[in-house]
Design a protein around this ligand. Structure first.
Ligand code: BJW
Length: 238
């Protein structure tokens, strides 16, 4: 184990929350196997049929309220804490997931690049608020009072992911990059491993099976996240 500074960026995807009972997108039986993403996860779909899109996200909100963080989420929080206590370098956890399971597990340096399911945004005034209840399309914004302007605070296809400047800056100085439970299908997240390699980082993929960009990683470990992540972290922490 190297004892020098080791700036670390971790990217998580739906696979890290699969064993908490939240569906992935592209596995057999995943959300995009059952639903057409172009009808549910684009700004055009929302403009055309807001009720349909809200029904989809309201159902996922209801499902999330009972979900609990699993051993993989806890292992990543433990890794962050160890990094901070030992002054091992910068640590950033970037998640594509819109659930709150990393927060539940205690991760602090966390960026939700595809938004947060338990937040609602007003497209009139930009007001952002935490909200576990279903979003009603006709409801007024609690800040500006405009109706028909509330939407889930998630990043749909064709929209700009959140915090990209910050992420690319961190990737310029990264020594260790780990992608966990993501299929490597959706950009720009799928391209982060290339950025990390450009910076000279050691790159690791932990997932159930190889993703679209697996060939790019230096190290790959396949298995359920609740097993491979705690094992990898325990090995790293000695
Ligand atoms: C387990 C496991 C277990 C299972 N243990 N592992 C370059 C090339 C081509 C296209 C593009 C490009 N750049 C941009 C695009 C377009 C588009 C895109 O990437 N399309 C591709 C589909 C081709 N990207 C965008 O539109 C993005 N925006 C953008 O690039 O903007 C740029 C811009 C520039 C200038 C102006 C304007 C814009 C936005 C992408 C938004 C993605 N949104 C979604 C929905 C979010 C809300 C919601 O949840 O509903 O985000 S789509 C969905 O996919 C969700 C996820 O975060 C994302 C990634 O999925 P993820 O996490 O990888 O899940 P899966 O299911 O694919 O994989 C799960 C993995 O886990 C699998 O590998 C399993 O094996 C594994 N697994 N069980 C461990 N137990």
């Amino acid at each position: 184990m190297s004892l020098g500074p080791e700036n670390t960026v971790i990217l998580t995807g739906a696979g890290v929350s699969a064993e908490s009972g939240l569906g992935t997108f592209r596995d057999a039986g995943g959300l995009w196997a059952k639903f057409d993403p172009m009808k549910l996860a684009t700004p055009e779909a929302f403009a055309e049929a807001p009720e349909r899109v809200l029904e989809f996200y309201n159902a996922r909100r209801a499902n999330l309220v009972d979900a609990k963080a699993n051993a993989a989420h806890f292992a990543l929080a433990e890794l962050e804490q160890a990094w901070m206590m030992a002054g091992r370098g910068n640590f950033g956890l970037v998640t594509q997931n819109i659930d709150d399971l990393h927060e539940q597990a205690g991760s602090a340096s966390l960026l939700h690049m595809h938004g947060e399911l338990l937040k609602t945004r007003c497209t009139a005034c930009g007001h952002l608020f935490t909200d576990k209840d279903p979003i009603e399309h006709s409801a007024p914004c609690p800040k500006c009072g405009e109706t028909h302007r509330l939407r889930p605070h998630v990043v749909w296809f064709g929209e700009m992911p959140i915090g990209l400047d910050h992420i690319y800056k961190a990737l310029e100085q990264v020594d260790l990059f780990i992608a966990i439970g993501t299929s490597g299908t959706v950009y720009p997240a799928a391209g982060f491993v290339q950025e990390a390699r450009r910076a000279g980082a050691w790159t690791v993929e932990l997932s159930l099976e190889p993703g679209e960009v697996s060939a790019v990683f230096d190290e790959t470990v396949y298995g359920p996240a609740t097993e491979v992540v705690p094992e990898w972290v325990a090995k790293k922490l000695g």
